[in-house]
Structures are given as C-alpha cells and as structure tokens.
Design a protein around this ligand. Structure first.
Ligand SMILES: C[S@@+](CC[C@H](N)C(=O)[O-])C[C@H]1O[C@@H](n2cnc3c(N)ncnc32)[C@H](O)[C@@H]1O
Length: 272
C-alpha cells in the first residue's frame, strides 16, 4: 500500500514538473506527501491518482497545489536572538564598506526583509544596501510588495523587535489604518522583489549576506546540498549564510568551506 502511494506521489510530482516546470520531486517526501494527502481529502478524491488527473486537466488545481507545497509562515524579527546576533556581531563587520549586497531567498510575504531593512536603517547602513528578496511563488511575492500586515500582528512583532535588541519605538516604522499596518516607504526603497526558484535557477550575483531561513527544511538532503552549492557560489569570500533554526550546514558536502563561529544562530561564514 505504502509503495503504491509512493508511486502515485512520484507520478503526481512528475506531472506537475512536466506541466509547470516547477520541480518538487526532491522536496522532503514526508512533508510533500502530507500536503498531497491533505489536498486529496479537501477535494474528496478517493486516490492520489484522481488528484493527478485533476492537476493535468485543471490549471486552477495546479495553482492550488503550488500554494499547498510552498509554506509561507513567517513573522517580523522571527527568532529575536538571531536578529540580535546580526545586529551585534554580523552587520558591524560590514559598516565600513561602501555598499552591502543582501539576498533573502524564500522571502515569503516579506516580514524577514522588512526586519532587515529596519536593522540596516538603525545601523546607518540602509542607504548603502541593495537587498534582493526572492521567492518561487509569484502570488506571495505580490503580497510582499504591498508590505501590509493585519494590525493585530504588530503586537507580536513589537515584542520580537524589542527582544532582538531594538530600542526605538517600533510603531515609527509603519503607518496604520483601522485594519492594517503599512511598512513606511523609506524602508522599502532598497528592496527589489523578484521570482527565483532555488531548485532550477542559477546564481545571479555575489552577496555579503544570504538569508535562506525555513526553506531548506522542506527539501531532501540531496537537494539541500545542491542549494548549499548555489549559495556558496553566490557569496563573497567571508560572506554569511543565514539559515533557519532547524537548518544547518554541518552534514553538507560544503560544510568544510564554512566557519561555524555563529552556528548557534545558524549563521555560517564562507571560508576560502
Ligand atoms: C516558511 S517560508 C520562510 C519565510 C522566511 N524566510 C522566514 O523564515 O520567515 C518558506 C518560503 O520558501 C518559499 N520556497 C519554497 N520553495 C522554494 C524554491 N524552490 N525557491 C524559492 N523559494 C521557495 C515558499 O514559497 C515560502 O514563501
């Protein structure tokens, strides 16, 4: 039964790849199978093959599955101690540079990018920064460009900001109406949003810092190693790769090329 299910999953992912060029075949099998099962249940199909059939014939279903496969959970100043480490130890290493290039890969709706813009602003570095924020999912990227969040979320984001070592009034960084908070335009000026697929697209620049947090956790180990190579190729010597708090470089074939001084915050430095 399990073998049959695995075959059905494999055929579904192959159909998605053939029809859309989006390649989920090397995502973590447990997590992708869970999402497929969930969609099958919602649509009340009796088998995964029925779902595959729907995907082949219905573009809407393909888009739906794309959303199912890409998890967008994020928050501002997520893991405050990580941002504290950036503020105190990582960014000060770049304060004397005339420019700093940063890439947020898998930026979701932008909360991580806006947090970084605030941090750079507070350290007097935002005007010298070029920030690329990319994601596979265009719909999500569009949301990110609007830079608008439900007002109630700002309480938690304020707590995170303060815990990360922020000392300003967090509300200075956004405007509000009855329902939403809007990140102030001055913080957005250095950010360029674009679609980029970590599985199939190439390196497009050399960066001082690359963020890829809570993305690789959805990839299988072989794909993670492939993407580590992409990041290695996209980092300047001495540049930093920042991963999520369940993600690491240590098992990767590339691990010997990275320094571990900030590994407790899942930040790794390219060492050449
Ligand atoms: C859980 S969110 C992480 C957001 C943010 N980095 C954070 O840690 O809060 C994962 C994001 O990775 C994106 N993603 C998944 N697969 C991707 C791929 N192959 N290439 C680029 N982005 C991808 C998803 O669309 C989603 O927005």
């Amino acid at each position: 039964m399990e073998e049959l299910e695995q075959l059905e999953v494999k055929l579904l992912l192959e159909a998605v790849y053939q029809l859309t060029s989006y390649d989920f075949r090397e995502y973590s099998s447990a997590s992708i199978t869970r999402r497929i099962q969930n969609r099958k249940m919602i649509e009340q199909f009796s088998s995964i093959t029925m779902l595959t059939n729907a995907i082949i014939h219905d573009e809407q279903m393909r888009k739906q599955l794309m959303d199912d496969f890409t998890i967008h959970v994020t928050e501002m100043f997520r893991d405050p101690s990580f941002f504290k480490c950036l503020r105190e130890f990582i960014l000060p290493q770049f304060t004397n540079l005339p420019s700093i290039k940063i890439w947020h890969a898998g930026c979701s709706t932008g909360e991580e990018v806006f947090s970084m813009a605030i941090l750079l602003h507070e350290l007097g570095m935002l005007d010298r920064a070029t920030i690329f924020a990319t994601d596979i999912n265009e719909k999500i990227l569009h949301k990110a460009t609007i830079a608008r969040f439900p007002l109630h979320k700002m309480q938690m984001y304020t707590r995170n900001y303060l815990a990360s070592g922020g000392t300003n009034s967090f509300s200075d960084y956004y405007d509000t109406d009855d329902s939403f908070a809007y990140i102030k335009p001055a913080l957005l000026q250095r950010i360029h949003f674009a679609q980029h697929n970590l599985v199939t697209d190439q390196s497009f620049n050399e960066f001082h810092i690359i963020f890829c947090r809570n993305v690789l956790i959805y990839f299988n180990p072989a794909l993670q190693t492939k993407v580590h190579q992409l990041f290695f190729d996209s980092l300047q010597n001495g540049g930093f790769l920042a991963l999520g708090n369940k993600e690491t470089m240590t098992f990767s074939a590339k691990s010997h090329r990275f320094l571990n001084d900030y590994a407790h915050e899942h930040i790794f430095q390219k060492n050449v």
